[in-house]
Design a binder for this molecule. Structure first.
Ligand code: C2E
Ligand code: CA
Ligand code: CA
Length: 528
């Protein structure tokens, strides 16, 4: 299933994974940019706050200095000295002496009093955290100023008045300057200073706010930034991040695709083929050499892949054997063969199917019973089944093998010794196993009639078979000449391309029908 995963699925999977990663990249980049903006704008608000705090500290220091020099009071000479101080310090607009309720007693620069629009009473002023000063808004014509009041004694206080200049609030990066307000306001919301205040009145429909609140003083610095402007600010890293994450998604999907499309291990392929019944029994006729009459068939495995490719057994039998799959495969093949061959087997009770069984499988505990059960379940007579044992691999325990042979024969099954003459076992198998049939290997059949040695060996096998009450099948007969030579050697049955290669069962049944119809015809009719 994995191997045949259509490419379209892989493309779909890749698209989905890359999209998901891209989406993740989008959210990640947006969050990252947002966090970065937030940090920067908070830092800028903190900068404005620090500058404002420094201004207040400057005013407080100035008043402390006056006090330490005894320059507190409304006497003209005192005010004269204070005025000189204001002139020297530069940043202050005025210093006033006030009464306990906060009202002005006198001013160093009395003309400035004319510009006051509102002067708050003491209880409208906001105290610093340490309670040493009061801070308040001084609403003047054309300007807002800040007042810092410090008490000299129960009767007298000093107030320093200064403005927060636009330069102090000018902290915004160029891209945001026209889309944001920088505000310093008292904690009671009274505005002390604002830069770009116009932008705040209607032009910004939706804004994000960044704030820094003073720990010591009762005011805060606020940045109000147009949300739309913010979404365009510092987006340079957006696409690199999204692309990077999407590329990562592509790499991941390639990895997954590779895993999905990875060729199956050969063993997994065999398992899948067994599950899908891709191993099919082909049948090759076994026929009488004198008449050409088909008397049986050898079942030979073919792997018929879904593509239609027919794979020969040398490509999979060994692996199936080594991986312990041959048993399941053999039972599956036998079941299929018996089902499909059943009508023929019932119609011709002398017809025999030969089945190849590996020595290891043959020696497994319960093999004889399993075989009996399978054949019985198919309703086929035991004597119509011949088990072929190869002589290529010697049995470890010939005595035990012979005992299985006799058990099977006791049930009625037949046994054939395959590939005789080319194995390593000499004549020991022939003698010791007690099989019913000898199958002469194609190796000798190839040269029969042309090579005297081949003839001698075949004649010797024929004699031996008669002695041991066995019969013979010659394998791999490809032409009439070989057939004639084999008849002359005394061989009675054969198998080979001269009649038919192994074919799928429906084709075999057709072949069998034709063969039956011309039962009396000499074998030469079948020669291709
Ligand atoms: P085998 O049991 O000796 O089977 C005979 C082989 O000779 C078959 O090859 C058959 O197609 C081939 N053959 C028959 N007549 C001719 C001929 O005239 N000319 C030529 N050139 N070849 C001929 P196949 O089907 O390729 O099988 C090869 C071997 O694979 C078999 O040798 C058998 O050892 C093994 N095998 C096949 N099916 C099974 C199975 O179901 N189980 C087991 N355990 N082994 C199997
Ligand atoms: Ca065989
Ligand atoms: Ca053989």
């Amino acid at each position: 299933m994995r191997r045949h995963l259509p490419i379209i699925l892989v493309v779909l999977l890749t698209t989905v994974i890359v999209s998901l990663f891209g989406l993740g990249g989008h959210f990640g980049a947006t969050r990252l940019i947002h966090a970065q903006q937030e940090r920067q704008l908070h830092d800028l608000a903190a900068l404005v706050l620090r500058r404002t705090e420094n201004s207040v500290q400057f005013a407080t220091d100035a008043m402390d200095q006056l006090q330490s020099r005894g320059l507190v009071g409304c006497a003209p000479s005192t005010l004269q000295s204070i005025r000189f101080n204001i002139y020297q310090l530069g940043a202050l607009k005025d210093i006033r002496v006030t009464r306990p309720n906060g009202s002005v007693q006198c001013s160093a620069l009395p003309e400035t009093l004319e510009f006051d629009r509102v002067w708050p009473s003491r209880d409208e002023m906001s105290a610093t955290a340490d309670g040493n000063q009061l801070i308040f808004k001084v609403d003047q014509y054309a300007q807002t100023s800040v007042g810092v009041m410090t008490d000299v004694d129960a009767e007298t206080s000093l107030v320093a008045i200064f403005a927060l200049p636009p330069a102090l609030l000018d902290v915004l990066p160029e891209e945001l300057q026209y889309n944001a307000n920088v505000i310093v306001e008292l904690n009671n919301d009274q505005l002390l200073a604002a830069l770009h205040p116009l932008a705040g009145t209607g032009m910004i429909s939706q804004f994000d706010q960044f704030m820094a609140t003073s720990e010591q003083y009762p005011f805060r610095a606020v940045l109000r930034v147009d949300a739309r402007a913010l979404s365009n600010w510092e987006q340079d890293i957006y696409w690199p991040i999204v692309s990077l994450v999407a590329a990562l998604g592509l790499a991941v999907s390639l990895l997954i695709s590779r895993l999905l499309l990875r060729p199956e291990s050969p063993i997994a392929e065999i398992d899948r083929a067994i599950a899908n019944e891709e191993f099919q029994p082909y049948m090759q006729p076994i026929f009488r050499l004198d008449t050409g009459q088909i008397v049986g068939a050898e079942m030979l495995a073919r792997w018929v892949k879904p593509t239609g490719e027919v794979v020969p057994p040398f490509r999979f039998i060994k692996l199936a054997e080594e991986s312990g799959r041959i048993e399941a495969m053999t039972w599956q093949l036998l079941k299929l063969a018996l089902t499909q061959m059943k009508p023929l087997l019932s119609a011709d009770k002398r017809f025999t199917i030969s089945v190849n069984v590996t020595p290891h499988h043959f020696m497994q505990q319960g093999f004889a019973d399993d075989l009996r059960r399978e054949v019985h379940a198919a309703g086929v007579a035991y004597r119509q089944i011949c088990i072929e044992l190869t002589e290529r691999e010697p049995f470890e325990d010939l005595g035990a093998a012979a005992s299985v042979v006799s058990t099977l024969q006791g049930y009625g099954f037949k046994l054939a010794l395959d590939d005789v003459g080319i194995g390593h076992s000499g004549l020991s198998h022939l003698q010791g196993l007690g099989a019913n049939t000898i199958k002469i290997d194609k190796f000798f059949v190839d040269t029969v009639g042309r090579d005297a040695t081949a003839n001698s060996i075949i004649q010797m096998l024929v004699r031996l078979a008669h002695e041991l009450h066995m019969d013979l099948v010659a394998e791999g007969i490809e032409d009439n000449q070989q057939m004639q030579a084999l008849i002359e050697c005394g061989v009675e049955r054969g198998q080979g391309y001269v009649v038919s290669p192994p074919v799928a069962i429906p084709a075999f049944l057709d072949l069998f029908e034709q063969n039956r119809a011309s039962a009396e015809t000499p074998a030469s009719v079948y020669v291709a």
